[in-house]
Each structure stands twice: as C-alpha cells, then as structure tokens.
Design a protein around this ligand. Structure first.
Ligand SMILES: NC(=O)c1ccc[n+]([C@@H]2O[C@H](COP(=O)([O-])OP(=O)(O)OC[C@H]3O[C@@H](n4cnc5c(N)ncnc54)[C@H](OP(=O)(O)O)[C@@H]3O)[C@@H](O)[C@H]2O)c1
Length: 328
C-alpha cells in the first residue's frame, strides 16, 4: 500500500511517500481499516524530529489517528464489523499516514451520526485531550472561568468547545486576529492577544473582576507560563498540555503556593492506555456532544499523502487554524 515513511529523523522534508509499504493482516482482536482520512497532530511533527517522548524504531509511518471503513477483522472481534465506518487511534505514535491501518478493535469507535471521515480523522486526539484535561484532571465546573491558550490550534479549539459545552465562560488567547475570530466563532466568550497592552494577564484580570481564571489549558508553554500562574484564581488548576513554543514552562513555586494552585500534567495517550474503559466512556460523551451540535470540528485544509511534509510544515509554521487532514 502507499504510506508516508520516515527513514531518518529530522524536519518534515525527510518524509517520503512509498508505494510498497506492507499492509498487515489483522491478528486476534485486531481490525484492518481502509483510511479515508488521517489526522495530523503537532506530536507527529515532534515524532518525526525525534524529540517526542515515545520514539518508534526507524523506519516508521508517522500519524496516530484516522477514519475509514473496516475491511477485515481478526479472530475474536465482535465489533466493529466489515463495512462499519469508524474513527480510530493507532496503539502508538505511528501507523496513521497510510492507505490502511491495522489496529486493536478496542481503539476503533463508530463514527457519530452525521460525522464525515475528515472530521472523524482529527477528532479523537484533540477532543479526547480536551475532555481528559478539563474533566478528569482540571475538574472544570459550570460557571467557572476557563482560559485556553493557542485557542485556534487543534487541541486549543477543541478545549474552547468542550469548555463551553461544560458550562464554563471561556477566554481564548491566540496570536492573530483571524485566529481569535475563529475561537469566538467556536464559542469563546472573549478572545485576547497574548501580547495585548499589559499582556494577556491584564486582560484576564479585567474580564474576571481581578479574580483570575479557575482553569488554564496551556498547549503553548514557554513565556506564557509565569503570567498564566499570575492570572490564575485562588485554587486554580493550570493544565500542562504541551510546549508548542519550543520552551518548557518554568514555574515559580512561590506563586503556586500563594495562589493555592495546582499544576497538573495532562497525558491523554498514556491515560487511554492505562484506563481504556474510561477513555472509551469519554469518547462516547464526546460523540454525544457532536451529535447535539455542540462540537464542530474545523477542517482547515486537506492534503494528499504525497503532501504530508507540507501538512506538518503548516503546523510548524503556526499556519493552521483548526485541523489539517491527509486524504490518501
Ligand atoms: N498532553 C496531551 O495529551 C496532548 C495531546 C495532544 C497534543 N498535545 C500537545 O498539544 C500541543 C498542541 O498540539 P496541536 O496538535 O493542537 O497543535 P496545533 O494545531 O499546531 O496548535 C498549536 C498552537 O500553538 C500555538 N503556538 C505558539 N507558539 C508556537 C510555535 N512556536 N510553533 C507552533 N505553534 C505555536 C499556535 O497558536 P498561536 O499562533 O495562536 O500562538 C498554534 O495554533 C502540542 O504541544 C502537542 O504536543 C498534548
């Protein structure tokens, strides 16, 4: 089958489309899915660069999610069945940028009613991370103030929508006017520039009557970390999602103590492997929210398999608003 192959670590330009990557028949408990679309996530960029926590052996096919139709099932699989439309995760950080994926049946979910394959391909990682972060880790309550950084990116925009669905007031930050407008169109109550006069910290203080945000969802890190802590409410929860800025968050312990705050790690992939039933239940909730029209995945652009490098370069260059998908 055709697949995008990483034979050396580096920038997205190291990726090559190969015509004869072997498709794998499903083993016991597995299914083989013909992919209609593959989701593209920032961690794919980090995996190809060799700086992601999990490092697949070379050569490998990057990509960790997709959507399509089941074409073969292994022994012992009750659901899904051949012909079912599913969205899926791969068991590790590899295998998604291809015409087919062979994965455990337990990592497949029926496509919610009305959801296209393009939407399904980019759904599980971003909405799963947003839900796990806000609900399981952040304990976000209706009526609380939620601050989402990088709010027009994949996980950021998902957190805006999930936060609204949970009844929070959402303040979004993003670097451009276009991105802030998209966050507002997806339900954010307010949108501010990180670098507005006085920085976003002043904006958050003004919007919360000086109290600060109860929960902060931060996929960006770096220079946002300290002002985020200063903009947090007493007993607030700062959720560490990732570091797209390229710098780790450096956090002053004195402010954490004085604010009586919690700084918490969110790791959706690890959570899903350790607690598969809880992750399945979260995705069932999210599918329900999609069917109610409360989640509206934004597919910004589609690329062919031969353009996988370009798709990753768009993420690296901060040029994506919502999600990009690869359509084999
Ligand atoms: N913890 C978990 O379980 C989990 C799961 C999935 C993803 N993640 C992490 O979440 C982060 C976001 O992933 P994603 O797929 O949503 O990425 P994305 O779609 O590319 O969005 C990332 C956002 O980060 C902002 N950003 C700020 N500085 C940046 C820079 N130097 N380069 C690129 N973007 C920059 C951009 O918004 P502005 O231009 O508005 O600043 C961009 O919209 C990544 O660090 C990823 O590893 C974590």
């Amino acid at each position: 089958m055709r697949a995008v192959v990483c034979r050396e670590l580096g920038p997205p330009s190291v990726l090559r489309l190969e015509a004869d990557w072997p498709a794998r028949p499903p083993g016991p408990g597995e299914v083989r899915v013909r992919l209609a679309a593959c989701g593209v996530n920032f961690p794919d960029l980090l995996t190809v660069a060799g700086i992601y926590q999990e490092k697949p052996a070379l050569p490998f096919v990057p990509g960790r999610e997709g959507a399509g139709t089941v074409v073969e099932v292994g022994s012992g699989v009750a659901t899904p069945a051949v012909g079912d439309r599913v969205m899926l995760r791969t068991p590790g950080p590899q295998g998604g940028f291809a015409e087919e994926a062979t994965v455990p049946a337990a990592l497949c979910h029926p496509l919610p009613a009305g959801m296209s394959e393009d939407e399904g391909a980019g759904f599980i990682v971003v909405y799963g991370t947003a839900w796990h972060g806000l609900v399981d880790v952040g304990r976000l309550q209706a009526g609380e103030m939620l601050l989402v950084h990088g709010a027009a990116g994949g996980v950021g925009l998902a957190a805006v929508e999930v936060g609204k669905a949970l009844g929070a007031t959402v303040i979004a930050t993003a670097s451009t006017r276009e991105k802030r407008d998209v966050a507002l169109a997806h339900g954010a109550d307010h949108a501010i520039d990180y670098d507005a006069d006085g920085g976003f910290r002043e904006g958050v203080r003004a919007l919360t009557g000086g109290r600060g945000a109860d929960v902060i969802f931060d996929p960006v890190g770096g220079r946002l970390a300290e002002p985020s802590l200063r903009a947090i409410a007493p007993e607030g929860r700062l959720l560490l999602i990732g570091f797209t800025s390229g710098e780790y968050a450096r956090l002053p312990a004195n402010i954490i103590l004085v604010k009586w705050a919690t700084v918490a790690a969110v790791r959706f992939g690890v959570f899903s492997r350790k607690y598969p039933a809880r992750a399945q239940a979260s995705l069932a909730h999210l599918a329900g929210l999609y069917e109610l029209g409360k989640l509206r995945p934004r597919i910004a652009q589609r690329f062919g398999l031969e353009e996988a490098s370009t798709a990753l370069e768009r993420l690296r260059d901060r040029a994506v608003v919502g999600k990009v998908v690869i359509v084999p």
